[in-house]
Design a binder for this molecule. Structure first.
Ligand code: HSE
Length: 338
């Protein structure tokens, strides 16, 4: 299985490490022999049709940061996405919620050149969900995005595949790991700026952390869930959003006196979508701390279920890419058998 990895930040590098650690299992359990034929960062592309040496790519990234040092065949074509032969294109560039670029153009080129696409980039899905799903269908390729919500926690898969025959009527959750980490530290008395610095150092925050603290990242995830799980056709403009930058530290002690703490809550109920900081009871199943995410789904017949797991982190998010890769391989195999 030939793979192009576009975006070599925390998630891209974690994915390469995970591939190196999973080669035997991937072949033994799923019949996958992954071959990364190209890696792309903001400075250039390194390419080898027989597969790159991932240890070398990682060493170069850790040392100097630029892939142009890789002594391989370097492609400088602007149309590399169309020109390179590969089964899967990974779009892992940073989220941009203004115009979704460059991720949106990358995904469109990959789908048009009939490559299956996996992304953890929320911008293209938050801004152009329906058209990307249609483009993938039209080109008869798979488009997967498990890591856009919940980091490594299979929130989208749970809602989409584990409640077959039932109907989810609403859901409420904590969808951003960085703000949950900051709010947890603030409730222990740490000032906002220090908590944010800590979250950035630990690699939880977006390349542009204002997306986390202003609530945009949680709103983007809410939009992806509403479209994919509930079948809505909504965009970021439909979300009533408030971030965590104006929380007064006194609010934590007021909430604590009634057994609560402030959490950034995202809710989707009867087409009403909001993200805002509100006091949550410590007995509520979605009350989780640190970088954990939690979502309670309410269904017509099976009642309420809550899924909890780490919502941010390079290796956690890389694990969702691996799940998507396995699903793509299994679907390709089923298609060939039929
Ligand atoms: N910055 C995001 C978060 C990363 O903190 O939840 C995972 O989407």
């Amino acid at each position: 299985m030939r793979i192009i990895v576009c975006g070599m930040g925390v998630v891209g590098q974690s994915f390469l490490k995970l591939l190196l650690a999973s080669y035997t299992t991937l072949y033994k359990n799923y019949g996958i022999k992954p071959r990364v034929v190209a890696c792309v960062d903001s400075k250039g592309i390194t390419y080898s049709p027989t597969g790159l040496d991932l240890k070398k790519v990682l060493a170069i990234k850790e040392k100097s940061g630029s892939l142009l040092e890789y002594a391989g065949y370097k492609l400088n074509s602007r149309n590399y996405i169309e020109e390179i032969d590969a089964e899967v294109f990974l779009e892992l560039t940073p989220t941009n919620l203004s115009n979704a670029e460059p991720g949106l153009s990358h995904i469109i080129s990959a789908l048009r050149s009939k490559k299956n696409v996996i992304t953890v980039n929320k911008g293209p899905l938050a801004l152009s969900f329906s058209s990307l799903i249609e483009l993938a269908d039209y080109n008869n390729v798979m488009f997967r995005f498990s890591g856009t919500v919940g980091g490594g926690t299979p929130v989208l898969e749970f809602a989409k595949h584990c409640l077959k025959g039932d109907k989810i009527t609403s859901f409420t959750g904590i969808l951003n790991g960085t703000t949950n980490y900051i709010l947890t530290r603030m409730s222990d008395g740490l000032p906002f700026d220090e908590a944010l610095r800590d979250a950035k150092e630990k690699g939880y925050a977006e390349a542009n952390p204002s997306l986390d603290i202003e609530g945009d990242d949680a709103a983007a995830k809410l939009v992806i869930m509403a479209n994919w799980i509930m079948g809505y056709k909504v965009t970021l403009r439909d979300v009533d959003k408030t971030g965590i930058t104006n929380i007064n530290p006194d609010e934590f002690s007021r909430a604590a006196s009634s057994g609560k703490s402030i959490k950034l809550i995202a809710k989707c109920d009867k087409k009403e979508l909001y993200v805002k900081p509100i006091p949550i009871s410590k007995d509520d199943p979605i009350y989780v701390n640190g970088t954990l995410n939690a979502v309670t789904f309410r269904s017509e017949h099976s009642g309420e279920q809550t899924i909890i797991g780490k919502g941010a982190g390079g290796m956690e998010t890389a694990s969702s890419i691996l799940r998507d890769l396995i699903e793509i391989k299994q679907n390709m195999t089923n298609y060939q058998l039929n």
